[in-house]
Design a protein around this ligand. Structure first.
Ligand code: CMC
Length: 433
């Protein structure tokens, strides 16, 4: 029978034929495989989702072996070359590139949702002067939930769309306010005459000049970086977005949960970790000793390796090209030489070759951000701004798919069988708690 697999249970000699669809079997089809009427049935065990498709999605396609990334079918290279970030945001959310009029309306709508409620400013002021911007960002996005209670109506498409506009419009403002707070600078209000990236630069860097004028090369580079970071299918934070959103939590709290996942050093926090690693290495002659430590398992080469890409991350290639444009304006970041040499040595080393470890998106992005004037603590926040669009596209898709229910994995229980209560005076001390 085509498009089926037959499983023989050697415990019972029974055979089961399961349908294969899109290269998958349904995990629930395993449940019929039982040793007897009291048996719960077979489950699949996949602790880190290494081989489990959790959803159908028509947003982003990755072929990790070939190093291919496409948004809604368009190669990332073409989008990075020809589009603005907001054009790509429209594509990811609504499925197609906008017409000229649709783009004009979309940009207008996003631009008119960039202001924060004044109480949010006060909320930010409560953070300690040295609070990490990512912690401030996550908390402030969550706090928006208290301002827009109607956002709870997640099954209403018009209300959903309104919150999407708000979130995409407001995340650069929140990010910039976090930055200004950590420097003790006054907050800069959004400027509706500017593009999405220019306005972000304005809110970050404007001082006393009456009108901020962004360097066009840097603004375009930032827009390209935003495009590259906009979505990446079922990564750790997108999975958090879908998982939390499946409980029908409002999009502000759900986005905060996704941003919290992004903050970790194995995910979006890697860009900050790469810069710290390059600082630690310090000079090219120290690279072999550092690689030795990595191979001994003492540390990881940050910005290297990927769960899905077993080839060069296509985003890292575009980022390298963008870096050259930025350095022509800002001067070369001295860390680039260490990064290039690190990459060269790693790509020739058997340890990295055998494990198919290549530079990922985070390897070079921090070097560009630093050359542009951003501090390392801001790098992951810079990742969160465009990724908010991807999270929202994933969330919106999930809520319109009838087969999606509350995300609720199973477990393999390894604890005690039933035991009786032990009175306090009769308990023995555990070796270590
Ligand atoms: N440096 C050294 N060894 C590594 C690295 C690394 N960066 N990444 C993986 N390995 C080794 C790992 O130790 C394992 O070796 P062995 O087979 O001997 O045990 C092998 O390669 C397979 O790795 P894995 O841990 O099974 O891979 P994974 O798919 O679970 O993890 C990863 C993927 C991205 C978390 C991991 O490669 C990593 O920690 N990289 C560094 C952090 C980083 O750059 N993260 C950004 C990822 S891309 C952007 C994003 O997601 O935000």
């Amino acid at each position: 029978m085509p498009n089926t697999v037959t499983i023989t249970d050697n415990r019972t000699n029974a055979s089961y034929t399961l349908p294969v669809e899109n290269g998958t079997i349904r995990a629930m089809d395993l449940r019929q495989i039982k040793t007897g009427p009291d048996d719960f049935g077979l489950m699949s065990f996949d602790p880190a989702f290494t081989n489990t498709a959790s959803c159908r999605s028509s947003i982003t396609f990755i072929d990790g072996d070939k190093g291919i990334l496409r948004y809604r079918g368009y190669p990332i290279e073409e989008l990075a070359e020809h589009c603005t970030f907001l054009e790509v945001a429209y594509l990811l959310l609504w499925g197609d590139l906008p017409t000229e009029q649709q783009l004009k309306d979309w940009v207008h709508e996003i631009t008119h949702h960039t202001m924060l409620h004044e109480t949010t400013k006060k909320f930010l002021e409560g953070f300690r002067y040295n609070a990490h911007p990512m912690g401030m960002f996550v908390s402030t996005v969550a706090a928006l939930s208290t301002i827009y209670p109607e956002a709870r109506e997640v099954h209403n498409p018009a209300i959903r769309r309104h919150q999407i506009l708000r979130l995409i419009g407001k995340v650069p403002t929140i990010a910039a306010y976090c930055y200004r707070h950590s420097l003790g600078f006054p907050y800069v209000y959004p400027d509706n005459d500017l593009t999405y990236s220019e306005n972000f630069m304005n809110m970050i860097w404007k001082m006393v000049e009456p009108k901020y004028v962004a360097n066009p090369v840097l603004a375009r580079a930032l827009d390209i970086l935003f495009i590259l970071h906009a979505d990446h299918e079922q990564n750790c934070s997108a999975n958090a977005m879908r998982s939390v959103g499946s409980a029908l939590t409002d999009p502000f709290l759900t986005t905060a949960a996704a941003a919290a996942a992004l903050a970790g050093p194995l995910h979006g926090g890697a860009n900050e970790a790469v810069l710290r690693m390059l600082d630690e290495i310090g000079s090219k002659d120290k690279i072999p000793a550092y690689i030795k430590q990595v191979k001994e398992g003492k540390c990881k080469l940050m910005g290297f390796g990927h769960r899905v890409y077993k080839n060069y991350d296509p985003r890292a290639r575009i980022i390298k090209w963008t870096a050259e444009q930025v350095f022509e304006c800002t001067g070369r970041n001295s860390k680039l030489d260490i990064a290039l040499e690190l990459e060269r040595i790693a790509l020739e080393d058997d340890y990295f070759v055998e494990r198919k470890l290549y530079p990922n998106v985070d390897f070079y992005s921090g070097i560009i951000y630093q050359a542009m004037g951003f501090r390392p603590e801001m790098f992951t926040v810079m990742f969160a701004i465009p990724r908010t669009t991807g999270w929202l596209a994933q969330w919106n898709e999930m809520l319109t798919q009838p087969e999606q229910k509350i995300a609720r994995p199973r477990q393999v229980y390894t604890g005690h069988e039933t035991r009786s209560y032990v009175p306090l005076t009769q308990r023995k001390e555990l070796a270590a708690v």
